[in-house]
Design a protein around this ligand. Structure first.
Ligand code: ATP
Ligand code: MG
Length: 393
């Protein structure tokens, strides 16, 4: 036999003596053979056991061979079958083949068919092996195609994002020139006027408003520029602990007043990561300010960091704020996507992603509406890599 595990055969035949004879013969040839002495017993066995081939007698009291086949076909599960027919039963053989039987063999009184049986069985088994192999190949091909398609989609999305970012970059440089200079003049002159009016004890409410708004626009232009220039500069081996505490120092006092508690879980022996410290701090600031905005009634901010393996350190910032609706979650990294109206420019997370991408790291946001949001950032370890991993672009 060709198969490594012995093939499992069920003989369904009411002629007990004959069936036993065939069973002995096939067992000697290396098959594992079960017997059923009528159609119903055979069907019951098929329901509980898995067979490689059925050897079914056509003429049996109760359910005959064809009926057994029809029932199995209706159930949608039946293994290759060899039908045992009598002389002159060619119609039965044809019917059996139409039902999907693999082959048939004519029983002769002298028992010569017994000698033919092993070859017929082996051919049917071989046929089935080929069908199985073809199916496996098709499944594998299908899977490969699906993977390819998914990769193409991911890559296309990345390219679209890159396009949009490039556009924002161009826009930013343009804005900086076109708006930045006049803005400086407006702001500078307004400050000057305010100082003069203040010296004369004249109220400066309108000027205050002008200056405040000029500052806001200047901030926006600066943020755009940072975004456009978010390239890794001055990559060093840095301590995430230092970056985090530097940023927290800026927020601490206000957070305390507003009832936001901070849990900091950074192990002292945390490995350093590769990064530009000001940029990593900018990422943290954006993330923490977002968390702050999401907790107007106070809440808790948990920051943890752990080495994942030889390559990565993972930083997570988990807030107990409003959370993000599933329909927004897919868009929060888009430039200018904000749910904060006047208060937000929607560049915070786009900048974060730009910076982290340039560090060859990853940033992910998970969120449950009404429960809170977790930002997960993976950065490359600096102690296990021979040199900085980020090529200058
Ligand atoms: N921790 C968070 N909890 C709830 N929502 C968040 C959180 N972080 C981000 N978001 C959502 O993602 C949107 C985009 O964030 P992003 O930081 O890019 O822009 P922004 O905060 O609106 O504006 P900007 O940061 O430019 O001032 C936010 O408007 C907010 O809806
Ligand atoms: Mg933000």
């Amino acid at each position: 036999m060709a198969a490594e595990t012995p093939s499992h055969i069920l003989i369904i035949d009411d002629d007990v003596a004959q069936a036993r004879l065939v069973q002995r013969m096939l067992t000697r040839a290396g098959y594992v053979v079960d017997l059923a002495h009528d159609g119903d017993a055979g069907l019951a066995r098929c329901a509980t056991e898995s067979y490689d081939v059925l050897l079914v007698d056509h003429q049996m009291p109760g359910k005959g061979g064809l009926e057994v086949l029809r029932t199995l076909v209706a159930q949608g599960t039946y293994p290759p079958t060899v039908m045992l027919t009598g002389h002159g039963d060619e119609d039965v053989a044809v019917e059996a083949m139409k039902l999907g039987a693999g082959d048939y063999i004519v029983k002769d009184v002298e028992g010569r068919y017994l000698a033919l049986l092993p070859a017929v069985l082996e051919r049917v088994l071989q046929q089935q092996r080929l069908i199985d192999a073809k199916q496996r190949a098709e499944d594998a091909l299908h899977e490969t195609l699906e993977t390819l398609e998914r990769r193409v989609q991911e890559r296309t999305a990345e390219l679209q994002r890159a396009d949009r970012l490039a556009l924002v970059g161009q826009l930013a440089s343009g804005l900086a020139h076109e708006i930045g200079t006049p803005l400086n003049i407006i702001g500078g002159n307004a400050e000057l006027l305010r100082m003069q009016l203040q010296a004369q004890q004249v109220p400066t409410t309108e000027l205050d408003a002008i200056i405040e708004h000029v500052d806001r626009i200047t901030g926006l232009v600066e943020q755009l520029l940072t975004f456009a220039r978010a390239r890794p500069q001055g990559m060093v081996s840095l301590s995430l602990y230092d970056c985090t505490t530097n940023v927290l120092r800026l927020l601490e006092a206000r957070w305390q007043r507003e009832g936001i508690t901070v849990v900091l879980a950074l192990p002292p022996a945390l490995p350093p990561v590769w990064g530009a410290p000001e940029q990593i701090e900018q990422v943290l600031l954006n993330v923490l300010v977002n968390a702050w905005h999401a907790m107007p009634q106070g809440g808790s901010m948990t920051i943890t960091a752990t080495p994942m393996d030889d390559t990565w350190v993972r930083l997570t910032c988990c807030d107990s704020g409003s959370g993000i609706a599933p329909e927004d979650l897919g868009r929060i990294f888009e430039p200018f996507y904000s749910t904060k109206g006047e208060r937000g420019t929607g560049l915070g997370l786009a900048i974060c992603r730009q910076i982290i991408d340039n560090h060859k790291g990853t940033i992910r946001v998970d969120s449950t509406l009404g429960e809170g949001t977790t930002v997960t950032i993976d950065l490359r370890r600096a102690d296990t890599l021979k040199r900085g991993p980020v090529p200058q672009r």
